[in-house]
Each structure stands twice: as structure tokens, then as C-alpha cells.
Design a binder for this molecule. Structure first.
Ligand code: ATP
Ligand code: MN
Length: 476
């Protein structure tokens, strides 16, 4: 039953003269003669030629856009211009009909918004086929990079009992009877009677657990789902997203940055070689979309942008330098920023975009942020005002990576935990690693969908994950 050859392989090897059977979905059927057949293995269709006189009229009628068919025949050199080879159909079977009056995907251009509403079918379009194949190649390249560089793939829990990560709003995991919630004397929900005997949530990051493993295994990484109940509804936030989090013993901040930069370049280079056709399609889509914009708002063509990233050094500046650049910028002088610029503030996305898109026109790594705006586990600098954090910002997206050298000194870490108002007991296991054989170590988190956005040029994060979870949306 399964296809012996994929259309991807056929178009590559062009086995003229070979007989075969092949299944796929009909993209179009024109002149009662040419079927454009797609099997998902490539954006390209295989042209299947039917001699309509040898087939029943009633069968031909069922060859409609969206229908699933199985064809047998011989591969021949194509006389037409559009394709090198075609399949001369000898027999044809309908596996699944598709009523052309009702099938939502017509052979025309649909808006991305409309396609989001039919996410169960959108992987059958050229654009989404390309995006999801690129997504696959990126995931594969990530594992390959780490494997080649001596990292171990570890699995951190999805359900966590620690609420101290502080990276975002939590999704509570509870089996308490909603109609009869137990309360403590002080009027709080009594989680001691819940499934785990304590409050539990979906993880916002696997970092703390990855750190524990790095302090035993040396170099590790996680690649798993994370959950944040952020009600922000932006084009770059999901409630459920995938994150890659390497943690490395004995790495300082500079080594952490070097790793992140070489890692990003490697996976983008890998995808440029293994998904060139899909990236060209997505590049063309972006160019078409940009054509309606004023010239100064158009993005660099996708493939040029990706090559630029693989071939050039990322800019590296401190937070303090970034603030100076912003303060001296014509944008600031003309009061074009919505949020005021001053040392100590969190960089808003308008500031990040100014730095990467207008000032540097390249990926930028910003380090040494004010301690007050970063997490408790980042290593405090000697100035006691800044921490060894590093964020990587890229054009079009803003922050794609957030990382740091971790605080390995027990006393300093304990101070920071207290300053953040976190209950020390809840992190006893984390603190233990600083009491027993602590060492300098570092790591970062890469949001997988932000990476896929950057590489595919898609402006909305809902379009780079098959079934997005966002506020008010949990369909499919
Ligand atoms: P942002 O400021 O953009 O909300 P963050 O500072 O909350 O990001 P971190 O906690 O450092 O992000 O998470 C590490 C990485 O995870 C980010 O660099 C980003 O790539 C990704 N990320 C964070 N939140 C989301 C989200 N809601 N949806 C998708 N990716 C996310
Ligand atoms: Mn956030």
C-alpha cells in the first residue's frame, strides 16, 4: 500500500521508463487530462497524465481538488515545460473523495488568517507544507549539532512543583473537584489534598532541572514543550511553545555566547542546504507580500538574510552600550519611541528592533543587563548592579535567545533568592548543587517557534506551529 517512491525522490532521480504505483492528493485537474499530484514529500507536484478516453466519465468526475487518489503507470519524460517527468496513468483509484463544492481549500490564494481557521487542512497548502518541512529540518539539525558537540539530550519534567522559575504566568495542574474546592483555614486553596499533595503547574522552562543534570553530565540540552499563560496576544508569543535549553558546566558567559552563535549558524546553514527549495518558496512568498509595502519597510530577501547571518559575526554589546546607542539615536531625539529610554528599564520590542534593524542591521547579542530586571539565577557581576545575562536579538523578531552564566556561589544565590521573595525551601535541591561541588556554568533558551519564524520569514508565530495555542484558542 505505501508509496515505494516519494515524489521528492522521483523528481530527483527521474527514473524514466519505470512503472510504479503512487498515492497522493490532487491539487488540480485540468483539461480532463493533467493531474497535479502532491504527496507532501516536496512542494512540487507530480504531473499525472490521464488519457480521458480510456477512463469512465464518472471516475474522472471524482478527480477533484483535495481528493486522495492512487495511480499506477510509467514514468515518462515530460513534453511540457513545467516539469522534467510525468506519470502516464494506466489505472486510477479514488481513495478519498473531496466534494469540490465543500472543500475549503480552493486552488487559489487564501489569506493566512483564513488558513489558521482550517489548521487541520492547511498542511496541504504549498506554504504550510514548506513551513512544516523547514520546521522538521531545523529540529533535526538541532539534535545533530548537539550530538556532534558532545551534548546529551535530557528530558526535564513537564509538570513541575516549583513555582520559582519566574519566567511567566503558570498553567495550574489540578485534579481538585472544581465544584468543591478545599480551602485551608487561611482561605487559600488546599493543594495538600490535590494529586501531588502540593501545588503543581506546567513548566515554563526546563532550565533549573537542566542545570542539575549539567552538574553531573557536563553538557546537556532539553528540547521540549513549555507553557506560559501570557495573555499578551502578540505575533511572537504562544501559550504552548517548544524550547531548546542547553546547559554547560565550566562555560563562562563568553563561551556561552560563542556556542549560541555557532549553534544558530550551524542549524541555519543545515537548513539552507537541506530545505533550499522550501526556503525559496517561502522567500518568494515574502517578496510578493513585501511588494505592496513602501520600499523602506521591505525586509531583506529571505535567503540573503539567512546567508548574511551564517557569514557574519553577531554584534556584541552590553546593555549599557545599548542604552547609549538608543539615547543618541535620531529616533530618540525625534521622540519616536513610545517607551522612554533610561538605564534600568527593560528593553521594549521597539528598542530591540531599532538596534537590530536600524542601527546594526545584523543579529545582536546584548549582555550584562541590570540585575533587577533579570532572573534570580543569573550571575551577579562585580559592580553588583548588572548580571551576566545575554539575549540574542534578530531582525524581524527581536529576542530569540535568552541566556546567562548562572550564579554558582551559594551565598550570593541565596541572597538573590531572598531579594526576589522566593521561598528558600522550595529551591532546596537547586541550592544543594551550590553546596556540593558547585562550578561555573552557563546556558540559554532558544524559542523554537521564534527560530522557525526567523528562518521561514513568517511574521505571525501562529503560522509556524501546526496547532497554535493562544489566549481564547485551543481548537484542534
Ligand atoms: P519575551 O521578552 O519575548 O517575552 P522572555 O524574556 O519571556 O521573552 P525567556 O524567558 O528568556 O523569554 O525564554 C527564552 C526564549 O523562549 C525567548 O528568547 C523566546 O525565544 C522564547 N519565548 C519566550 N516566551 C515565548 C512565548 N510565549 N512563545 C514563544 N516563544 C517564547
Ligand atoms: Mn516573556
Amino acid at each position: 500500500m505505501k508509496n515505494e517512491y516519494s515524489i521528492f525522490e522521483l523528481l530527483k532521480t527521474k527514473p524514466v521508463g519505470t512503472s510504479m504505483t503512487l498515492s497522493g492528493w490532487v491539487r488540480t485537474f485540468r483539461s480532463n487530462r493533467f493531474i497535479a499530484l502532491n504527496d507532501g514529500s516536496t512542494a512540487k507536484n507530480l504531473q499525472c497524465v490521464v488519457d480521458f478516453e480510456s477512463f469512465d466519465e464518472s471516475l474522472l468526475k471524482r478527480i477533484t481538488t483535495g481528493a486522495c487518489i492512487r495511480v499506477s503507470g510509467k514514468i515518462a519524460e515530460s513534453l511540457g515545460k513545467g516539469q522534467p517527468i510525468e506519470l502516464m496513468v494506466e489505472s486510477l483509484e479514488i481513495l478519498g473523495d473531496s466534494d469540490p463544492e465543500k472543500y475549503p481549500l480552493q486552488p487559489k490564494k487564501h489569506s493566512l488568517e483564513f488558513l489558521r481557521e482550517i489548521a487541520h487542512l492547511r498542511s496541504r497548502t504549498t506554504t504550510f507544507g514548506a513551513i512544516f518541512r523547514v520546521r522538521h529540518h531545523l529540529a533535526y539539525a538541532i539534535h545533530q549539532y548537539f550530538n556532534e558537540n558532545g551534548f546529551f539530550y535530557v528530558h526535564t519534567p513537564v509538570i513541575t512543583g516549583s513555582d520559582a522559575e519566574g519566567a511567566g504566568e503558570l498553567f495550574n495542574v489540578s485534579v481538585l473537584d472544581k465544584k468543591n474546592i478545599p480551602f485551608t483555614d487561611s482561605g487559600e486553596v488546599d493543594y495538600s489534598r490535590d494529586f501531588f499533595g502540593k501545588e503543581a503547574n506546567l513548566t515554563v522552562s526546563g532550565q533549573l532541572e537542566a542545570e542539575l543534570l549539567a552538574l553531573g553530565l557536563g553538557k546537556v540540552y532539553t528540547f521540549g514543550p513549555t507553557f506560559r499563560a501570557e495573555n499578551s496576544n502578540t505575533a511572537r508569543h504562544l501559550a504552548e511553545f517548544w524550547m531548546i535549553e542547553p546547559e554547560m558546566a565550566f562555560y563562562d558567559l563568553r563561551e556561552n555566547m560563542d556556542l549560541a552563535e555557532s549553534f544558530l549558524k550551524y542549524i541555519i546553514r543545515y537548513t539552507l542546504t537541506h530545505a533550499e527549495e522550501d526556503l525559496s518558496i517561502l522567500g518568494q512568498r515574502l517578496t510578493d507580500e513585501d511588494a505592496s509595502k513602501p520600499v523602506d519597510q521591505r525586509a531583506m530577501p529571505l535567503l540573503d538574510k539567512l546567508k548574511f547571518v551564517t557569514e557574519n559575526d553577531f554584534q556584541r554589546i552590553t546593555y549599557t552600550e545599548a542604552i547609549d546607542i538608543l539615547l543618541n539615536s535620531p529616533f530618540h531625539k525625534k521622540k519616536k519611541f513610545n517607551f522612554p529610554v533610561e538605564w534600568g528599564m527593560d528593553l521594549q520590542s521597539e528598542h530591540e528592533r531599532y538596534l537590530v534593524e536600524k542601527h546594526f542591521k545584523s543579529p545582536v547579542i546584548i549582555t550584562d543587563y541590570p540585575a533587577a530586571i533579570k532572573a534570580f539565577y543569573m550571575r551577579l557581576n562585580d559592580d553588583e548592579k548588572t548580571v551576566r545575562a545575554m539575549d540574542i536579538l534578530v531582525p524581524g523578531i527581536g529576542e530569540i535567545v535568552g541566556g546567562s552564566q548562572r550564579e554558582e556561589r551559594y551565598d550570593v544565590l541565596l541572597d538573590r533568592i531572598k531579594q526576589f521573595g522566593i521561598a528558600e525551601e522550595s529551591l532546596w535541591w537547586y541550592l544543594d548543587t551550590r553546596r556540593f561541588g558547585t562550578c561555573p556554568h552557563s546556558g540559554f533558551g532558544l524559542g523554537f517557534e521564534r527560530l522557525v519564524q526567523f528562518v521561514t520569514g513568517m511574521s505571525n508565530i501562529r503560522d509556524v506551529i501546526p496547532f497554535p495555542r493562544t489566549p481564547g484558542n485551543c481548537e484542534f
